[in-house]
Design a protein around this ligand. Structure first.
Ligand code: G6P
Length: 362
């Protein structure tokens, strides 16, 4: 049928969409570039961001997890204080808002009811909203003041992959363009760095057979799994654990390495898989300290690191990219590992039980 044609040679939409990510990065670089080859975003959106004293990112699921990474760009590059909120909580428990807030809604579909409820509420209060979505003309796009499009192409698999990396790339571009407009010193030349990321993602997807081995080695029969990381790697661990839960039904948790000792370490038993992300130089030693703590209690450690930070015995080394952009690459390893874990466990990868691609009820 038609869906088979769209899947092409891939066994599942999820695998196809994971492999599409280098192409999506190239498309985003192209769409957000002006005639002189500089990154560009509509002037009214730059103004909307520059006028505010605080950004509130509101989203659900994987889009929320992308917001966690985006917050770092908006604070560190654009220098705008930024909070990230789960939409379904925000709507019932609105935080004390700043004087001049900007709301950024991140939504692959642009149709998520929880996010829309917040949009309606903040518009009633007279605030400005920017929607970052994959679907032009979607509800959240139409009802917001501004829209940035992800250009990821249709995402069919319930588990979101290419939309997550697209969201992070677009948030990075937005933050850099605002930073430049505001005259902030840049510690990154984003365009060539995104090109490097594209090549690095290609390397990771070409290494899919290695991810299959890792999935088999660490996740074939386990009941649970833990992802640990610090700073940017923490956010990737949260997303990696969500992906694994969604499609393999392995109980998975992603958390900050330093929090281990405050509770979760009680769950480590002989053979418990702990996937540690180590792509950030400033916390490389401390996350490796956390790995030692779990190994001492019997854990089976899977260490995903970045070239330049690797140590003997690491499981997989992603190519070197700018640290702030490492999530765009490291997350792809976790997507593929989740995919193959689900496949080995005979799960319906594209249509996991109890989940919907787009949740249009509150
Ligand atoms: C559903 C999907 C998730 C997605 C979330 C938010 O729960 O199963 O994959 O992350 O909705 O969707 P959105 O379209 O707003 O990004």
């Amino acid at each position: 049928d038609a869906s088979d044609i769209e899947k092409g040679t891939y066994a599942h939409y999820m695998l196809k969409e994971i492999h599409e990510q280098p192409g999506v990065m190239r498309k985003i670089i192209q769409e957000y570039q002006d005639a002189d080859g500089a990154l560009k975003v509509d002037a009214d959106i730059i103004q909307a961001v520059r006028q505010v004293d605080r950004i509130y990112i509101v989203a659900c699921g994987t889009s929320y997890n992308a917001g966690l990474v985006g917050k770092e760009y908006l604070e560190k590059w654009a220098k705008v204080p930024t909070e990230v909120h789960v939409a379904s909580e925000f709507v019932y428990n609105m935080p004390l808002l700043s004087e001049k807030p900007l709301f950024i809604f991140i939504s692959q579909s642009g149709e998520t009811a929880d996010s829309r409820a917040v949009l309606v509420a903040v518009k009633e209060l007279g605030h400005t909203a920017l929607t970052i979505t994959n679907v032009p003309g979607s509800t959240l796009s139409r009802e917001a003041d501004h829209t940035l499009i992800l250009h990821a192409g249709p995402e069919i698999a319930v588990a979101s992959t290419k939309a997550y990396t697209a969201q992070i790339a677009v948030l990075a571009i937005l933050a850099q363009v605002v930073a430049k407009d505001a005259g902030h010193e840049a510690d990154i030349d984003l365009l060539p760095e995104l090109a490097k990321v594209t090549a690095a993602i290609t390397t990771v997807v070409d290494d899919a057979p290695r991810m299959e081995e890792i999935a088999r080695e660490f996740l074939a029969t386990t009941r649970n799994a833990f992802f640990i990381g610090r700073t940017m790697d923490y956010y990737v661990g949260v997303e990696g654990s969500l992906k694994l839960k969604e499609i393999s039904y392995i109980q998975a948790e992603g958390f900050a390495g330093g929090e281990l000792k405050h509770g979760t370490i009680a769950l480590i038993e002989e053979g418990t898989p702990v996937i540690a992300l180590a792509t950030q130089e400033a916390v490389n030693l401390s996350i490796r300290g956390n790995v030692k703590e779990v190994v001492a209690r019997g854990a089976n450690p899977c260490i995903i690191t970045m070239s330049g930070l690797e140590q003997e015995g690491d499981t997989y080394v992603i190519p070197a990219v700018h640290e702030m952009l490492a999530p765009l690459v490291s997350v792809v390893t976790t997507q593929l590992i989740a995919y193959y874990a689900a496949l080995h466990r005979d799960c319906d990868v594209d249509k996991p039980r109890n989940l919907a691609k787009s949740v249009t009820v509150e």
